[in-house]
Each structure stands twice: as structure tokens, then as C-alpha cells.
Write a protein that binds this ligand. Structure first.
Ligand SMILES: [Zn+2]
Length: 210
């Protein structure tokens, strides 16, 4: 799960902004991997590295939940190529406005989701009454039709778990003094964030063991 957040410092009238990008576990709210970049760096570029770092640390997330700031086919590919099902909010692009992310439909109504085949990289859909010939069809997985389809209860339930990131960032800021920062060079901001994250993780480990 990725996320962006901004922390900033103000010194000598100039304004410096950085963003923490983190992969956060939705079961524990704890950060699994993180990086600090200048606020003007595109956040999407951080996702492959965060996913790799998460996997390299031995975590095997089944799904990755990302807000619409990360919407785009490359993010779906970045997740799927690592065996992670993407759950990403859609931006209102022309294709979405035209309803191309909706299930297929016929005179009998909107077709129903009949499962995903990960190996095939496609989802199966059925005519609601079964009267159409053929009565079912496969749709290749993409941003508009991911393996966990937009609009399904499963998608919605997974997306709601994204609040884990908000909670963790709230804790880092308010309980661990992540903001405001007194330093402005990115190397120092990174060190500050690393130490803060490690302190938060060490504290969680201690709580777990006592
Ligand atoms: Zn039909």
C-alpha cells in the first residue's frame, strides 16, 4: 500500500517541501517500507521501489491499495508484475466519464462478475439472465477492469483499509514528532524520517513482546 504525505520546513523565508512515500501494513498500521523525496517529484515513480523494498523485507501483500493520485496503467502493471492485486481509485478520465470501467451490459441488464483468473489475467462476466449467446465473456485485466473489479464489495472493503495509512501518518506526526522538521537538506530529512520510523517500529515490537 502506498501513500504520499507532505512535511515541510520553513527557514529564512524559503519554503522547502518533502513527501514521505510509505508502504503501510493494513493489519498492523505499521510502515513496511518508505522513502523521502522532494515534494515536486512525481509520486508514481516511488511505487515500484516501495513494492520491491516491501517484498525484499519478506512481506507478501496480496493487494496494494492506492489513492487516485496513483491512478494510471503503469501502477496496475507495477502491482500485477509483482503478484499484488491493485486496488486503486479511478480518476475521472474521459474513459471513466464514458463509463468504460462499468461491467458489460446487454438488454437483460448489467453483467455480473463471475470471478477472476489470475493466470489468464482476466475477469469473467455473465449475462444476468443467461439468455445472451454467449452468456459469458472474459475481459483482459487493465486499469478499467482490474482483477478485483471496481464497484464490487470486495474492492470497496479493501479500499476502506487505506485509512491505515492515514492513521499511521497521524501517529507519526502527532506522537512521534515527525513534523515540523528543523532540518532542510533532504539527506537530513531522510535520516530524521528513518530514525522516527525505526523508533515507532521498535516501540511496536516492544509492545508486542510484553
Ligand atoms: Zn443478456
Amino acid at each position: 500500500m502506498g501513500y504520499r504525505s507532505s512535511i515541510s520546513t520553513r527557514k529564512g523565508g524559503a519554503y522547502y517541501g518533502y513527501k514521505i512515500h510509505a508502504s503501510v501494513c493494513t493489519a498492523t498500521d505499521l510502515p513496511l517500507a518508505w522513502t523521502v523525496e522532494a515534494a515536486n517529484e512525481p509520486e508514481q515513480e516511488q511505487v515500484p521501489g516501495l513494492l520491491d523494498a516491501t517484498l525484499a523485507r519478506g512481506f507478501t501483500p496480496g493487494t496494494g491499495v492506492l489513492d487516485k493520485g496513483y491512478d494510471g496503467q503503469p501502477m496496475y502493471d507495477a502491482c500485477e508484475s509483482r503478484g499484488i492485486r491493485p486496488v486503486i481509485a479511478l480518476i475521472e478520465t474521459p474513459a471513466v466519464k464514458a463509463g468504460k470501467h462499468r461491467p458489460p451490459a446487454c438488454e437483460h441488464g448489467e453483467w455480473t462478475f463471475a470471478g477472476a483468473d489470475v493466470k489468464r489475467g482476466a475477469t469473467k462476466w455473465r449475462c444476468p439472465t443467461g439468455e445472451c449467446q454467449p452468456a459469458s465473456t472474459w475481459i483482459k485485466a487493465s486499469r478499467l477492469h482490474p482483477l478485483i473489479p471496481h464497484g464490487t464489495e470486495r474492492w470497496k472493503a479493501l479500499y476502506r483499509q487505506r485509512t491505515a495509512v492515514e492513521r499511521e501518518f497521524g501517529r507519526l506526526k502527532h506522537e512521534w514528532g515527525m513534523a515540523p522538521l528543523r532540518v532542510r537538506r533532504i539527506e537530513r530529512v531522510r535520516l530524521h524520517v528513518d530514525l522516527t520510523m525505526l523508533a515507532a517500529l521498535a516501540s511496536a515490537l516492544l509492545t508486542e513482546r510484553t
